[in-house]
Design a protein around this ligand. Structure first.
Ligand SMILES: *Cc1c(COP(=O)(O)O)cnc(C)c1O
Length: 396
């Protein structure tokens, strides 16, 4: 559909990925095919499409030209073979699990993954006989120790949610491969601008495109990218029958958001670097965790596997949960909301919000202390963001 983008820089790739001039009208913006079904010219053509002997669209749950542009775009950016756009990030995760797991199988995962990702595995997939062990995958030895003969998936989130701790992708890939398991990576926090897990041996990458890829806080969406066509063939039937597809209009908006991914990610990251340094110097701040700070325990790993430290910061105000509450209630420019990766700066309290479904001991074990505050830094002028935090912290 589009020309080979690999020779271009990432900023050029996001502007052009999945974009080719519409052959019928010359439209530069991608056409929105808001349709559920596609007519066949003849009965023979319909049969050939179903048999897979002729390319072409059949029904939007299985494929649609607007959605396909988005799938091709994210697949190209991740360096994968095929992509499956889904209605949400959770739909992306469940599609992967539906494609590759059966009763009796085991999954090893990062303990501080996005809260619902862990809950759905431990509570819902467990009802179908899937067992799991969530460990601190920042230590590669912990992955090896948790792997069992029946382990089929190693599920990594790096940087992870909300502790911003990292996992060594190459080491995780070696551990998974030696056990015959697949390495699945949630790349939502970094986006393909900053990290491409397939380069380090990931088999499947997933995104909540609700976050950085769309970036405008106006849709919920997800993506599954398979590293090889062989893996894609296993995902295809799961995708068609589970029915996690997105709406064409959602795809159209995500494509529009994607065009500025590089600009937004770089602006947010520049702001985050400055805000993290500001917080680290502030006398009322207990600790700050950000992969761009030398104080981050995995600063060297961030430099080795990421093209930048990203836009997520976690920190704790001295005085724990109560002090954090005062901070959250007194920011003015920052918005008190869950989610992340949009143009606006969001601030939230994981232990009472995104990670409230985990038990407190589980949270503490995963590094999610009661006072931890998570900041998703947006594209505002950093001077305003610093002034906002300065003022809210003065009231603590
Ligand atoms: C938000 C998020 C998800 C879930 O995505 P939805 O689009 O909300 O379904 C999964 N993983 C990470 C890292 C997230 O931030």
């Amino acid at each position: 559909m589009s020309h080979d983008l690999r020779k271009f820089q990432k900023a050029s790739q996001v502007v052009h990925a999945g974009q080719s001039v519409d052959p019928t009208t010359g439209s530069v913006a991608p056409p929105l095919y808001q349709t559920s079904t596609f007519a066949f010219e003849t009965a023979a053509q319909g049969a050939a499409r179903f048999a897979g002997t002729e390319p072409g669209f059949i029904y939007t749950r299985m494929g649609n030209p607007t959605i396909q542009r988005l799938e091709e775009a994210v697949t190209a950016l991740e360096g994968g073979a095929a992509g499956f756009a889904t209605s949400s990030g959770m739909a992306a995760l469940n599609t992967i699990l539906f494609a590759f797991l059966k009763s009796g199988d085991h999954l090893v995962g990062t303990d501080c993954v996005y809260g619902p990702s862990r809950v759905v595995v431990e509570r819902d997939w467990a009802r179908f006989g899937v067992t799991s062990t969530f460990v601190d995958t920042a230590k590669p030895s912990a992955i090896e120790a948790a792997i069992r003969p029946e382990t089929k998936i190693v599920f990594i989130e790096t940087p992870a949610n909300p502790t911003v701790s990292l996992t060594d992708l190459a080491a995780a890939s070696r551990a998974a491969k030696s056990a015959g398991a697949l390495l699945v990576v949630d790349n939502t926090f970094a986006s393909p601008i900053l990290q491409r897990p397939i380069e380090f041996g990931a088999d499947v990458v997933m995104h909540s495109m609700t976050k950085f890829i769309n970036g405008h806080t106006d849709i919920v969406a997800g993506m599954v990218v398979a590293a090889t066509m062989e893996l894609s063939k296993k995902i295809r039937p799961a995708f068609n029958y589970l029915g996690p597809c997105m709406d064409p209009h959602q795809a159209w908006l995500a494509l529009r958001g994607l065009r500025t991914l590089s600009l937004r990610m770089n602006a947010s990251q520049d702001n985050a670097i400055k805000l993290a340094a500001f917080l680290e110097r502030h006398p009322k701040v207990e600790w700050v965790r950000y992969p761009g700070l030398e104080s981050h325990p995995q600063y060297a790993l961030a430099q080795a596997q990421m093209d930048g430290p990203g836009a997520l910061i976690s920190f704790e105000v001295k005085g724990g949960i109560e002090a954090g509450r005062i901070l959250l209630d007194n920011v003015e420019l920052m918005t008190l909301a869950v989610s992340l990766g949009g143009v606006e700066t969001l601030i939230q309290h994981p232990s009472s919000m995104t990670h409230a479904a985990m038990s407190q001991p589980e949270r503490i074990k995963a590094g999610i202390t009661d006072g931890l505050v998570r900041l998703s830094v947006g594209c505002e002028d950093v001077r305003d963001l610093i002034a906002d935090l300065e003022h809210a912290l003065s009231l603590v």
